[in-house]
Design a protein around this ligand. Structure first.
Ligand code: ADP
Length: 587
């Protein structure tokens, strides 16, 4: 969604009581530029003394005054930067905390959809771009705007005729610059940022995939999307360069053509005789006009920085515009742990088909239910909808007679434990990692949970036991071991409903046996919803739902489903064949 942005007004909202420092900083920066003009006036006087041969002793005094005023101008500029930095740090901090508060209340599914990488980039990089804008670009812009004004005054003051002739190319350059900053430019800046983002994401994907590329002897071209993103950026950059080339050439010609204007002015004014005053003024204008060129170029680039910050703010706003999960204040308490899924449908944003369609299931408290079916059938989505990763588009899900939307998020989280397939451990000790699910737990409770999750063999081999930091040198945990540690979190939390996404990736026999033992133990006296990939684990389930194309194609116990002779029967036969399959040995 495109949101309209006025960069400074938007940023000021985050400045709070420090907003005045931005204005003060800009004023001081402008003042420093004007004070910085005084030494150039003194320079004219020095040249005058030198050329017109007046009291040479004055030169030293004028020189000292020029240096002192220049230092004063620098001090004022430092004070300006000080003000804008303080304001920008507060803005950035406020912006980041607002984003983090927002992110924490977003539906969990958004993190899959948006990509955590993109959200991180917005929180870190886009807010940093706004900080650079306020702390550096705004005072620079004030300097770049005040300098041409001061210089124009100086140029008109000493010899208005040379001044006017010199200002003609400046004005033309200004017009060219305004032409460059046309409306199309902001769209182009957005395209630039998008192209950079896509290239950066694909680059990360490529680096992650290097082992695969090397193993199979492929070249970078096997990463077609990465290559495409670079090609896209390259053709975009070419088009963009060609688009701005005429305006840029005109601008550069005008502002660098001031010297030609001075020479023309000197030629015309010198026709009636070359006076020392004319020599003085021509020399002086030759010295100061490069400053005008630099100031104009800076002014052109501040426009570009402004566009970058507009894009950064748009990205920040795109996160802030997400609807958080609605928190209910109904205070309704589920009467038991029956899960009733009634005619639910869900379609991912921008998807063309429903991931789940008119699905209904009833899961009785304490029962063991398995969701099976072909990949992409909707198992994970259904499990995530029960825990409100997203809200259903149609139908309803209730626990103990209360719609999940009416159960406060904290209560819902207390009711359900979710063990993901791609379990993630944070860079902290194992004790703290497990304790995340119950911060008040004692060390003994954590140890007990680890024991129940069959993790003691892992703990025993680690140098500092449960105090070992994950991610430190020498602590390597396999994927299966990591998942067992995350299982300990679920043991510690001890929620009455357990959703397990059975891992297939770490199926070494030892790990699998331990996982199965832990799963069995964990699901005792609990309602268990298991997303099963290995059909051997679902034979004993009280109810098996076969999900295909987002709907429930079959349901029943293992024996009932085998008798139906449908999808489940076929999947079970295939599964058994794959289990019985052995690598043939040539005799
Ligand atoms: P399963 O767990 O049975 O393999 P999923 O619930 O993961 O199936 O997916 C159901 C359908 O929804 C699939 O067609 C899948 O491509 C689609 N899907 C899953 N996650 C997303 C997502 N984040 N964005 C868009 N479509 C998705």
């Amino acid at each position: 969604m495109k949101v309209k942005v006025n960069p400074l007004k938007d940023l000021m909202e985050y400045a709070g009581s420090y907003g005045f420092l931005v204005t003060l900083g800009r004023l001081l920066a402008g003042a420093s530029a004007l004070v910085g003009m005084v030494p150039y006036y003194l320079l004219w006087k020095i040249l005058k003394v030198a050329i017109e041969g007046e009291a040479l002793n004055d030169i030293k005094g004028l020189g000292i005054r020029a240096v002192v005023v220049m230092l004063l101008s620098m001090l004022i500029y430092i004070a300006a930067l000080f003000c804008t930095h303080i304001a920008s740090f507060h803005m950035q901090a406020n912006m980041r905390s607002k984003l983090l508060n927002k992110v924490i209340n977003l539906p969990m599914g958004i993190f899959d959809e948006e990509g955590t990488g993109r959200i991180r980039r917005i929180i870190v990089d886009s807010t940093a771009a706004t900080e650079t804008f306020v702390a550096h670009n705004l005072p620079d812009k004030a300097v770049a705007s005040a300098t041409p004004i001061g210089l124009a005054v100086l140029m008109l003051a000493f010899d208005y005729r040379i001044g006017i002739i010199c200002l003609i190319p400046v004005l033309l350059g200004f017009v060219c610059m305004m032409g460059m900053m046309g409306k199309n430019m902001q769209t182009k800046m957005g395209e630039f940022m998008n192209a950079m983002e896509v290239m950066s994401n694909e680059g990360v994907e490529y680096v992650r995939g290097i082992p695969v590329v090397k193993t199979f002897g492929q070249s970078v071209f096997s990463f077609k999307r990465f290559k495409d993103s670079i090609d896209h950026f390259s053709s975009w950059a070419m088009d963009y360069t060609v688009m701005v080339r005429p305006a840029m050439v005109r601008f550069m010609t005008c502002i660098n053509g001031i010297f030609a204007a001075i020479i023309c002015a000197a030629y015309f004014l010198g026709r009636d005789g070359i006076t020392p005053r004319l020599v003085l003024n021509v020399m002086y204008y030759i010295i100061i006009t490069p400053l005008l060129t630099v100031a104009m170029t800076k002014l052109a680039y501040t426009g570009e920085q402004e566009m970058q910050v507009v894009d950064a703010i748009e990205r920040v706003k795109s996160i802030l515009s997400y609807e958080p999960l609605k928190e209910s204040s109904s205070g309704k308490v589920p009467s038991d742990h029956t899960i009733e899924v009634k005619n639910i449908s869900y379609r991912y944003p921008e998807a063309t088909a429903d991931a789940v369609k008119d699905l209904s299931l009833t899961i009785k408290p304490g029962s063991k239910v398995a969701l099976v079916g072909p990949s992409g059938g909707g198992k994970t989505t259904t499990a995530q909808l029960i825990t409100r990763f997203f809200d259903v588009s149609a139908g309803s899900i209730s626990i103990g007679g209360v719609d999940v939307k009416d159960i406060p998020q904290k209560e819902l989280m207390k009711l359900v434990s979710f063990v993901f397939q791609d379990s993630h451990l944070l860079k902290m000790s194992i004790l703290e990692n497990v304790r995340l699910s119950k911060p008040s737990a004692t060390e003994a409770e954590v140890l007990h949970a680890l024991e129940e999750a069959q993790c003691m063999d892992i703990i025993d081999k680690l140098p500092q036991g449960i105090h070992t930091m994950i991610g430190t040198r020498g602590t390597y945990l396999s994927g299966g071991e990591q998942q067992r540690i995350t299982l300990a979190r679920a043991f510690l939390k001890d929620a009455p409903i357990l959703i397990l996404d059975e891992a297939t990736a770490f199926a070494d026999p030892d790990n699998e046996a331990k996982m199965q033992a832990a799963f069995t133990k964990l699901s005792e006296k609990k309602t268990l919803i298991m997303i099963a990939h290995r059909l051997s684990t679902v034979v004993g389930a009280d109810q098996i739902y076969v999900l295909a194309n987002g709907t429930c194609a079959e349901q029943g116990t293992h024996n009932e489903l085998m008798q139906q002779n449908g999808i489940y029967h076929r999947m079970y036969d295939e599964y058994n064949r794959s289990v019985a399959w052995k690598v043939g040995v040539a005799q």
